[in-house]
Design a protein around this ligand. Sequence first.
Ligand code: ZN
Length: 186
Amino acid sequence: MCDDGYMTETPLQSRPLEGEPIALDLVNTQWNERGSRMDLLAMEGGVAQWLSEHGLQQPRDSSTTQATLIEARTALRQCLEADDGDDSAREALNQVLEYGRIVPRLGSEGPGERVEVDEVQYPAWVAARNYLELRNKWSRKRIRACAHPDCILYFLDATRSGTRRWCDMQTCGNRAKAKRHYNRHG
Ligand SMILES: [Zn+2]
């Protein structure tokens, strides 16, 4: 589908920290802004915007896609908050993964695989599967919450040193510095 009509009808919502791997970016569709919890997936056109940002098709039934994305996001956030140590959080994520099936195949280019998942659940499944890929590729402690106490964003620390603390140095990093300064002098 190449119908981008919604783009002209609904202004794009700006949100902090884009560009994290899709599993974390799904979690980051919720953020705190001046004391309020924002939620891209609950905003007019927000689901379509998020799908478009990830090059995913707009499905025929966007309310089911929205519901399964929220299901995946809740499971991912619980896994992240519990360091994957919560049985029910992992089970909730596994429920999302069960929407899809991977079928190994021998193709003309050699071994490959085909993913079988309904298009309405595909975006949620892709995000959930991405979390497993991150867990395969990176140490769990490289997947972290921003260190600012008012921030609920998650990032993959892909720095060489592995010492990234903030979602964004310009916002959370500076706010934390300013707060320390204020505490010292206030
Ligand atoms: Zn932050």
